[in-house]
Design a protein around this ligand. Structure first.
Ligand SMILES: [Zn+2]
Length: 216
């Protein structure tokens, strides 16, 4: 089976991709890992991607496309896979269409783990951290609140919110996700490949729902 898994930040996409790869025996194609591996092996594509990765910048489409294409053209190319973290732009989606067609590896489905943005903000945007480096306890204002609001249970240090955990940061990441992915979802809906699965609930339940949907 050949799949793409798409989901907003906080949807548990990476976890679900890993479970699918284990239970359906698919190669887990996590683009971040593939990029890091290309750099480690010092391939010609890896050398091009390295300066962007080192600077913490997004690797340009053309380079990511080359790295992905190299994987699918290689002698050990995966025949069954779940792509996780690629394509991220419509240009990447089109490049992927080409390389898969060239290798006669048609996709079976593109699964969109759909999440409610406000639920994601509630879940991710309520984490508070103890800044005491000897402690670093993490709390959740709704699911694991400190006994005294705003103070660490263990060391009484006032809690703070990391930038990544601030609701405004999470809303911004969701907005960027929608800007990039709405066109990609349309692209696969037009090809009759898109399946939407509700991404709320626990990890095992979502996994079971995904497997059931894909087996139909
Ligand atoms: Zn503490």
């Amino acid at each position: 089976m050949r799949l793409i898994l798409i989901g907003p930040p906080g949807s548990g996409k990476g976890t679900q991709a890993k479970l699918l790869s284990e239970n359906l025996r698919l190669f887990h194609f996590a683009t971040g890992d593939v990029l890091r591996e290309a750099i480690e092996k010092d391939t010609s594509e890896g050398r091009k991607a390295k300066p962007f990765m080192t600077a913490g910048q997004l690797v340009p489409d053309a380079i990511v496309n080359e790295i992905v294409a190299a994987q699918f053209r290689g002698s050990d190319k995966p025949r069954d896979f779940v792509l996780d973290g690629y394509p991220r732009t419509i240009a990447q989606a089109i490049a992927l269409d080409h390389v898969l067609a060239e290798q006669s590896l048609g996709l079976d489905a593109v699964v969109f783990l759909n999440g409610d943005d406000e639920e994601i903000v509630r879940r991710l945007g309520n984490r508070w951290t103890c800044p005491n480096t000897m402690c670093n306890a993490v709390y959740h204002a709704l699911f694991k609140p400190a006994k005294v609001a705003g103070k660490c249970d263990l060391c009484q240090t006032p809690l703070y919110q990391r930038d990544d955990d601030k609701p405004a940061t999470i809303r911004k990441r969701l907005q960027v996700f929608h800007e990039c992915h709405d066109a990609i979802l349309r692209h696969y809906r037009d090809q009759n490949l898109l399946i939407e699965v509700c991404g709320s609930g626990d990890i095992e339940a979502i996994h079971a729902k995904l497997v059931n949907t894909l087996r139909v």
